[in-house]
Design a protein around this ligand. Structure first.
Ligand code: GDP
Length: 444
């Protein structure tokens, strides 16, 4: 996970200042020294660090903070606000053409993730924006790149326009535009050629493509693992070709995160999306405020809720709620719930979105818990249908059989039965509470 080191350091620093009833200038100075250090370690651009520290310091020593009742928390809020600002403030929405097709040009160095991101973006456009995208293979120097895009297209069942390697990129894009009109594709995503370094020929080619129809978006795809280099590349592309936004890839890796924190300030272009994995659904819109929240350990409830909404079947959720309420929840439902949670991705990533989760000891072992989930499922699968509905009937000899059948131990079976029982009791209490609440409301 990106930002791990930075988050840890900043959270430690914030923790120290949080409860202070009185914050002196010396406290702020000390805190900012630590913040500066944390940012530099995270590979944030030096100029950016200096500006950030200056801004926060100025605001933090203001009289309204010092004199407030909760100065420590005020200071933390300032850090969060400035961190959000640093990453662009508001979320930057996708731009569409007034008259279709919308043209999105993907540019960037080789290996940054251009082709993969083109596919992911097409997937987002179809799923979230209800568009009909056409992918265009305009990298004529690497036949493998064209093939890769075609494979992605097949995988997503989305059309790919290609003309091999003998036609100029400008001509390919011209014909792709014609084709999009015929086939009623309202967005075209152009996957352009990449090089190992920024070079003049390539820049010229990209500028030429731009002349055919002014793109609505030119996205520079950069690899966040390259740190400061990503920032330099962004600056160069912006100055020569001109870009409208940045897609930071590989933020799922253990990048220190410096690029994410520097690009906006240095290149003055917003980060629009972040790549969070190799799969086709691993592209997320970039929310500066949520990211700042996550870095400071305040959690990211919004993303968590959205993730849940995208993965949970609403009908099923209602059904479950009813079962909770009427206490007819069985072990079969339990397994189904486990599977829903699993769909949301690695458990450790989900937990990290919870406020204060960084401080929970043992969270780094959350991966092991997924194995645990597998064992729990195995136990449940070894029960008979009657046992799943009425676990009270499970006798000691049956417990033994279930343990053997699932490759677990009697202790584990007992633990699960106890947990399930406690869960049911809790549901009973909760539904009792809501009933009381309803009665209360009805009373004059
Ligand atoms: P291109 O040369 O810029 O077109 O780069 P590719 O799209 O071929 O990507 C290069 C490699 O990076 C591939 O192995 C991709 O699977 C991988 N990749 C791209 N985006 C991400 C991401 O967000 N996370 C991870 N982990 N890998 C990525």
């Amino acid at each position: 996970m990106a930002f791990e080191g930075l988050a840890e350091r900043l959270q430690g620093t914030m923790q120290r200042i949080k409860g202070k009833g009185k914050v002196t200038e010396a406290d702020v100075k000390e805190m900012m020294r630590e913040v500066r250090f944390a940012l530099i370690e995270a590979d944030v651009n030096l100029k950016v660090v200096k500006e950030f520290v200056k801004k926060v310091s100025e605001r933090a020593v203001g009289t309204d903070v010092m004199k407030s009742l909760t100065p420590g928390q005020q200071v933390i809020k300032i850090v969060k606000d400035e961190l959000t600002d640093l990453m662009g403030g508001e979320e930057s929405p996708l731009q569409f053409a007034k008259k279709p097709p919308t043209v999105i040009m993907m540019v960037g160095l080789q290996g940054a993730g251009k082709t993969t991101t083109s596919g992911k973006l097409a997937n987002v456009l179809r799923k979230k924006y209800n568009r009909k995208p056409l992918l265009v293979a305009a990298d004529i120097y690497r036949p493998a790149a064209i093939q890769q895009l075609e494979t992605i297209g097949k995988q997503l069942s989305l059309p790919v326009f290609s003309m091999g390697t003998d036609v100029s990129p400008v001509e390919i894009v011209r014909q792709a535009l014609e084709k999009s009109k015929e086939d009623l594709n309202d967005v075209i995503i152009i996957d352009t050629a990449g090089r190992l370094h920024v070079d003049e020929d390539l820049m010229q080619e990209l500028k030429d493509i731009r002349t055919i129809k002014e793109p609505d978006e030119v996205f520079l795809v950069v690899d966040s693992m390259t740190g400061q280099d990503a920032v330099n590349v962004a600056q160069q592309f912006n100055e020569t070709v001109g870009i409208t936004g940045v897609v930071l890839t590989k933020l799922d890796g253990d990048t220190r995160g410096g690029a994410a924190l520097s690009i906006r300030s240095v290149a003055e272009k917003p980060i629009k999306f972040v790549g969070m994995g190799e799969k086709m659904d691993a592209l997320e819109p970039f929310h500066p405020e949520r990211m700042a929240s996550r870095i400071l350990g305040m959690g990211d409830m919004m993303s968590l809720i959205e993730k849940a909404q995208a993965n949970v079947d609403e009908e099923k959720a209602k059904e479950m709620e009813e079962k909770f309420r009427t206490q007819t929840f069985t072990f079969d439902d339990f397994v189904e719930q486990l599977q829903q949670v699993k769909k949301m991705g690695p458990l450790e990533d989900i937990l990290k979105m919870l406020p204060g989760a960084g401080k929970i000891k043992g969270l780094e072992n959350a991966k092991v818990d997924e194995k645990q989930m597998g064992r729990v499922e195995a136990i449940i699968y070894s029960m008979t249908p009657a046992e799943k509905t009425n676990p009270e009937i499970i006798s000691s000899s049956r417990k033994k059989r279930i343990a053997t059948g699932s490759g677990t131990s009697i202790q584990e079976v007992n633990r699960l039965l106890k947990q399930f029982d406690e869960m049911k009791k809790m549901m009973k209490q909760m539904s009792g509470m809501t009933q009381k609440g309803k009665k209360k409301m009805k009373m004059p």
